[in-house]
Design a protein around this ligand. Structure first.
Ligand SMILES: CC(C)(COP(=O)(O)OP(=O)(O)OC[C@H]1O[C@@H](n2cnc3c(N)ncnc32)[C@H](O)[C@@H]1OP(=O)(O)O)[C@@H](O)C(=O)NCCC(=O)NCCS
Length: 188
């Protein structure tokens, strides 16, 4: 599948490129990021290089995972990443620490969700380790419904499945085809 570029009022979501390797390596030294997202740890330049130059382009080509670099429109600096895994229907995201707290992620995720819906990915899943309020606020702001607190769908770096908040987002125009969870009030 051809990579797709998305734009919002302030942001451009495009392909990760080789010039992002060093800045991604630097962002990924952050222990808060390590605790929230399943990045390798310790995180070396080779991990950013492999992700940007091998994995992400391969996933676009296979159509298995769509990964976008988040940038301010007109500025090449990488701010963070948003991605969607087709098999699990999970949407995931992170920003480099200096770029948090500006409302960038709700803006980026809303656009990604809108595009995903437009191409037929109408049911999206989100999860975050219990207590990740910033991530939950993003999901809440873009219309995800909280459904449960339960173990993570996949195993984490330490081979455990920590307790996570789970949420889903159906297309604006429809119900979930197979509703499996009741919608509950967000625990934040
Ligand atoms: C989650 C993340 C992407 C949020 O992106 P962002 O662009 O900074 O989001 P926002 O600026 O809209 O802030 C999100 C909300 O969380 C709040 N928030 C931020 N950090 C917080 C914290 N440590 N504790 C409580 N609330 C926090 C903000 O005040 C804001 O709340 P508001 O909507 O009521 O104003 C960013 O914090 C991040 O990259 N975190 C590390 C990686 C991560 O957790 N990824 C998600 C894994 S599931």
């Amino acid at each position: 599948m051809q990579p797709v570029v998305l734009t919002t009022e302030r942001l451009t979501l495009d392909l990760l490129i080789d010039a992002d390797v060093d800045v991604m390596t630097s962002y990924c030294q952050d222990t808060a990021l390590k605790d929230a997202v399943p990045i390798p740890w310790p995180y070396g330049r080779e991990h950013a290089d492999g992700f940007i130059n091998v994995l992400a382009p391969q996933w676009w080509e296979d159509g298995t995972e769509f990964t976008w670099a988040i940038r301010r429109t007109g500025d090449p600096l990488l701010l963070g990443v948003v991605g969607f895994n087709v098999e699990s229907t999970a949407i995931g995201y992170w920003l480099g620490a200096p770029h948090r707290g500006n409302g960038f992620m709700p803006e980026a995720v809303a656009e990604a969700v809108s595009w995903l819906h437009s191409v037929g990915h109408t049911e999206l899943h989100w999860e975050a380790v219990v207590g990740n309020v910033a991530s939950a606020r993003v999901a809440q702001k873009v219309g995800f419904d909280y459904t449960s607190t339960a173990p993570a769908l996949g195993r984490f770096r330490d081979d455990t499945r920590p307790l996570c908040w789970h949420a889903h987002r159906a297309a604006d125009n429809g119900e979930l085809s197979e509703p499996t969870d009741a919608v509950l009030p967000w625990p934040i």
